[in-house]
Design a protein around this ligand. Structure first.
Ligand SMILES: N[C@@H](CCC[C@H](N)C(=O)O)C(=O)O
Length: 277
């Protein structure tokens, strides 16, 4: 089975062309292929599929085999994949996800790099729709005790659930130790992606992420969008900011008029291969 390895800001997935191959058990395949010692090594796999309602459809599986509703870094790579592989000649395309249909506008730099701006739709702030068990809605400053310390989380869904806390220094913060406990906290019925953010100024946020189903990754597109929304709700930044992740930068804007979030960033192809197992 042929595959393509791509990343967005270091958030690396294995892309499989579902027009050419049928994957019977994508959850199991994701666990196997994502293994960094016995497989290809990745944060998960992404299937590129035909759609009845959009130009293409994507399904995204974390490295533990769980399926996510949406992936911001992967959707830019899907755009690059279908354009580079001549499955479309359009640079503006629609992609169906479990979180709805998203619109992408691409700027092709060269055969390796493409920039894409994605209309990520409206953030979901109602507690039961995120979902998070809370008396508040929107959920701002939800206290969660972890390892004898209380953290205040703001919760946002971008189709998938996120909880954002502010810390003094993301470089030294114990992302794994705290993130893995918050991910499975009983307040989150579908588990949660956990972001730790540091405000640099009103147009710049540093962020590290503990992803549901994959652990710490170098970047999270939906997480960057959720963090910008949380930062606006907490009066910490403007509605447009650069989110600086370990693997690169994403520009995020929350448009006041439409209430839509726009995410801009790179999509990079690293290699192609053949899976033999
Ligand atoms: N890295 C992604 C999000 C992937 C899914 C996430 N781990 C989840 O389970 O919701 C992104 O770039 O958005």
């Amino acid at each position: 089975m042929k595959f393509t390895k791509m990343h967005g800001c270091g958030n690396d997935y294995i892309y499989i062309n579902g027009f050419q191959v049928k994957v019977d058990n994508p959850a199991q395949l994701s666990i196997k292929m994502s293994n960094r010692h016995f497989g290809v090594g990745s944060d998960g796999i992404v299937l590129i599929l035909p759609s009845d309602v959009a130009d293409f459809r994507m399904r995204m599986f974390n490295s533990d085999g769980s399926e996510a509703e949406m992936c911001g870094n992967a959707i830019r790579c899907v755009g690059k994949y279908v354009y580079d592989n001549k499955m479309t000649d359009k640079t503006s395309i629609t992609i169906e996800t479990l979180a709805g249909i998203k619109i992408l506008d691409m700027t092709v730099v060269d055969e390796k790099v493409t920039y894409a701006k994605v209309d990520m739709g409206e953030p979901i702030l109602k507690a039961e729709d995120i979902p998070v068990i809370s008396d508040k809605s929107p959920v701002i400053g939800e206290e969660i005790d972890v390892n004898g310390k209380t953290f205040e989380f703001t919760c946002v869904s971008m189709g998938n659930p996120h909880a954002i806390a502010y810390v003094d220094d993301t470089d030294t913060f114990e992302v794994e130790k705290i993130g893995k406990l918050v991910e499975i906290d009983e307040k989150f019925p579908k588990k949660v992606n956990v972001e730790f953010a540091q405000i640099i100024d009103n147009e710049t946020i540093k962020m590290r992420v503990w992803e549901r189903g994959s652990g710490e990754t170098l970047a999270c597109g939906t997480g960057a969008c959720a963090t910008l929304v949380a930062s606006v709700l907490n009066n910490l930044t403007d509605r447009k900011a650069v989110v600086k992740l370990i693997g690169g930068d994403l520009l995020i804007e929350w448009d006041k008029e439409s209430n839509h979030i726009y995410m801009s960033g790179e999509a990079v192809t690293t290699f192609e291969g053949e899976w033999l197992l």
